[in-house]
Design a protein around this ligand. Structure first.
Ligand code: ADP
Ligand code: MG
Length: 330
């Protein structure tokens, strides 16, 4: 995979830049601009070297507009909004309307990918968090243009890759919900990690499988269906964490939306302390997990906190993503 930092001069070129500006919006206001801010490094890198950019992003709902994200961004960097692929203005920075407005995106239609590719000379993917989807702007366009990974994309890729060849002892802590979606991760990390904790709402379904017989598996102490991690469980975690060199954590330990935040917060603080002490590297991710860490204001105490949600889980389970494969195939 080639990184955008291999290019020093963009003079006379337009880059089709796929970002993930799928930010939470209420009443037309961006509630959390983190994903937009994450893309600024790549945008400035291209602009500083004389390039023009066509920014492409989705927002989850097909009928929804990317305008609120554009307005937040436009208040920092001058840009033009465009909802017509046939009439892209000549401006240095153009932001295209929600890419899911066009049917060819999700279907990865060849004609649509060709149309998108015809608007630029280069393609850059800075949307790691969307790269588990085989859509036109993720896998179609990079087959048609010289293609590169963006700066934030590389940061996600390099930090999450640490979990695939980690220092040992390596502890994997998995909480949250939806057991079926987490089975591939458990199977993968039983091969890579020294200890695997299965906590949160997935502990009970896990306890009903043959995972219980695996000596690497740790379930909550006491009631596996408890709505939060108890003190005994946190003590076992603390003991194992204290002796480890690398920790990967995804998923809250309790039903935190209903106020059961204590176990998750204690674990977050425990992990941030061991990471800050320099004894272990700690990589964390997951939408809900990130929300808890932000609330505590300790995001910068970890080696890396991924904002890539489902893409992170897929990458960790398989070691790659459709969007990575597409960048590697050129
Ligand atoms: P992430 O988004 O960080 O990957 P998940 O989406 O897998 O995490 O899981 C988050 C959900 O898990 C939350 O809705 C939370 O309430 C639920 N959860 C976590 N632990 C428990 C528990 N012990 N009992 C019930 N629900 C739990
Ligand atoms: Mg979640």
């Amino acid at each position: 995979m080639k990184s955008i930092t291999e290019i020093q001069n963009f003079e006379g070129k337009r880059v089709l830049l796929r970002v993930d500006w799928n930010v939470p919006v209420r009443d037309g206001e961006v509630l959390d601009p983190e994903r937009i801010d994450n893309s600024l490094a790549t945008i400035n890198y291209i602009l500083d070297r004389g390039g023009k950019i066509l920014i492409v992003s989705h927002i989850t709902k097909e009928g929804e507009s990317l305008k609120p994200a554009f307005e937040y961004f436009g208040s920092k960097v001058p840009a033009v909004f465009c909802d017509d692929l046939e009439a892209i203005p000549e401006a240095k920075l153009v932001v295209l309307e929600n890419i899911r407005k066009w049917e060819g995106e999700k279907k990865n239609e060849e004609d649509f990918a060709e149309k998108l590719a015809s608007k630029a000379e280069l393609y850059v993917n800075d949307a790691f968090s969307e790269s588990h989807r085989a859509y036109a702007s993720i896998i179609g366009v990079p087959k048609l243009l010289p293609s590169y990974a963006g700066i934030y994309f590389m940061e996600e890729y390099q930090n999450l890759s640490k979990a695939l060849s980690p220092a040992h002892p390596f502890i994997f802590i998995l909480g949250g919900a939806k057991f079926e979606t987490k089975i591939p991760l458990i199977e993968k990390f039983l091969k890579v990690a020294d200890q695997v904790f299965v906590l949160g709402a997935i502990a009970k379904p896990a306890s009903e499988t043959e995972l219980v017989n695996n000596p690497k598996i740790n379930l909550p102490v006491g009631d596996v269906a408890a709505l939060d991690a108890n003190q005994e469980t946190l003590e076992v975690l603390n003991l194992k964490i204290t002796n480890s060199k690398f920790i990967l954590w995804n998923g809250p330990l309790g039903k935190y939306e209903e106020g059961l935040t204590e176990g998750t917060k204690k674990l977050a603080l425990m992990l941030s302390e061991i990471c800050a002490s320099g004894q272990a590297e700690v990589v964390v991710g997951g939408g809900d997990t990130l929300a808890v860490i932000k609330e505590l204001g300790i995001k910068d105490k970890f080696t890396f906190v991924s904002s890539s949600g489902g893409a992170m889980l897929d990458f960790l389970a398989t070691g790659t993503l459709p969007g990575i494969e597409a960048l590697n195939s050129v």
